[in-house]
Design a protein around this ligand. Structure first.
Ligand SMILES: CC(C)(COP(=O)(O)OP(=O)(O)OC[C@H]1O[C@@H](n2cnc3c(N)ncnc32)[C@H](O)[C@@H]1OP(=O)(O)O)[C@@H](O)C(=O)NCCC(=O)NCCS
Length: 180
């Protein structure tokens, strides 16, 4: 069994597997797509993506954190990615998701995020999880709203003003109990 087998997860419609060292090309399909990372002025260099993949595997996975690739069970197609990682300035753990446009609007981000939140709160024991979202990112705000995050002011992230959202473990688990 591989060292990070506890990071291999699934939802009803998706399989999630942590980035492996040879996933740079798959990660680049997502993170160099200008419709996905619409806030970036320039495409992310492939070498930076390679470093990000390596950081996920070497530095984050040992703590149960990192980036996962999402695949559609029915088709085996790449759907996108989701991550749990420390924010650069505050070190709070943030959730983030990036889906390929062909898979927008199917509820996949919400489905994957619910699993990753449960994983973060229950398996990792995190007390709260953050999300940083641009005020103009309506689709992401929709996901955040469905998951029950509350806004706690704003912060500068990647040189842009973002809304800073936070979800408490107790609130998430109480809500999950009443809805499941
Ligand atoms: C944000 C993103 C992950 C949403 O993925 P998705 O799988 O389409 O989202 P879901 O289908 O789970 O949508 C959940 C809710 O978000 C809202 N939403 C989704 N797409 C929307 C859109 N285009 N406009 C307005 N609201 C939208 C809706 O409220 C939706 O709930 P509903 O289907 O019950 O109406 C996807 O659009 C994406 O990858 N965008 C580019 C990358 C990005 O912005 N990442 C987030 C950075 S903070």
């Amino acid at each position: 069994m591989s060292q990070n087998s506890f990071l291999h997860l699934q939802t009803r419609r998706l399989t999630l597997r942590p980035f492996a060292l040879d996933d740079t090309a798959l990660a680049a399909r997502i993170l160099r797509n200008p419709r996905v990372v619409f806030w970036r002025k320039k495409r992310m260099p492939v070498n930076d993506i390679r470093k990000g993949v390596k950081r996920s595997v070497d530095k984050l996975n040992p703590y149960g954190l990192g980036w996962w690739l999402l695949f559609e069970k029915d088709s085996d197609e790449l759907v996108g990615s989701i991550m749990l990682q420390p924010l650069a300035n505050t070190f709070h753990i943030e959730i983030g998701y990036h889906l390929l446009p062909a898979h927008w609007g199917k509820g996949y981000a919400t489905e994957a995020a619910r699993l990753i939140l449960s994983f973060g709160f229950q398996a990792l024991g995190l007390r709260h999880i953050h999300a940083v979202v641009l005020a103009r990112n309506r689709p992401s705000l929709g996901v955040i709203g469905k998951l029950g995050f509350e806004q706690k002011g704003t912060l500068i992230h990647a040189n842009l003003v973002h809304r800073n959202y936070r979800l408490e473990r107790n609130d998430y688990l109480a809500k999950k109990k009443t809805t499941s």
